[in-house]
Design a protein around this ligand. Structure first.
Ligand code: RB5
Length: 150
């Protein structure tokens, strides 16, 4: 599996911590969509890069980190087919995979530390989607995207 990862300046340090964890401990291949320093960037630009990687299937899942994780989740969820889950503890991360089949995990670098973030990433990656009635609910979301309900 390949993971696309991205952050803005406020998530940069946590992104680097998570990158090392994914590569060294979990032996997962990464695509780093930036940013590459703590110089300010706009989080929607990075969210778009990670979402595009998933939708074009160059990566299977994505991780996005900003200051709170909120802007990244709002932005990523604008792309049909993306299910981005903001998680700041492992139980939500578990259910975001088991019930929501979240293909992007978002976190806030100003909210949690590296060890909690690693536990979140581990729970999210190690949990399989349960399917069944959860699949039906995701299909309803896909339908809502198609109908562009307003
Ligand atoms: C940047 O200052 C900050 O607004 C951003 O990282 C994020 O928290 C937005 O949701």
């Amino acid at each position: 599996m390949k993971i696309a990862i991205g952050s803005d300046h406020a998530g940069y340090l946590l992104k680097e911590t998570i990158k090392e964890y994914l590569i060294q401990s979990l032996k997962i291949e990464l695509e780093d969509c930036g940013c590459f320093s703590m110089d300010p960037v706009d989080y929607p630009d990075i969210a778009e890069k990670v979402a595009s990687s998933i939708l074009r299937k160059t990566a299977q899942k994505g991780i996005l980190i900003c200051g709170t994780g909120i802007g990244m989740s709002i932005s990523a969820n604008k792309f049909p087919g993306i299910r981005a889950a903001l998680c700041h503890e492992p139980v939500s991360a578990y259910f975001s995979s088991a019930h929501n089949n979240a293909n992007i995990l978002t976190m806030g670098g100003r909210i949690i530390g590296g060890e909690v973030a690693k536990a979140i990433v581990k729970a999210w990656l190690e949990t399989d989607f349960q399917g069944g009635h959860h699949k039906r609910r995701i299909e309803k979301i896909q339908n809502q995207e198609l109908r562009n309900v307003c």
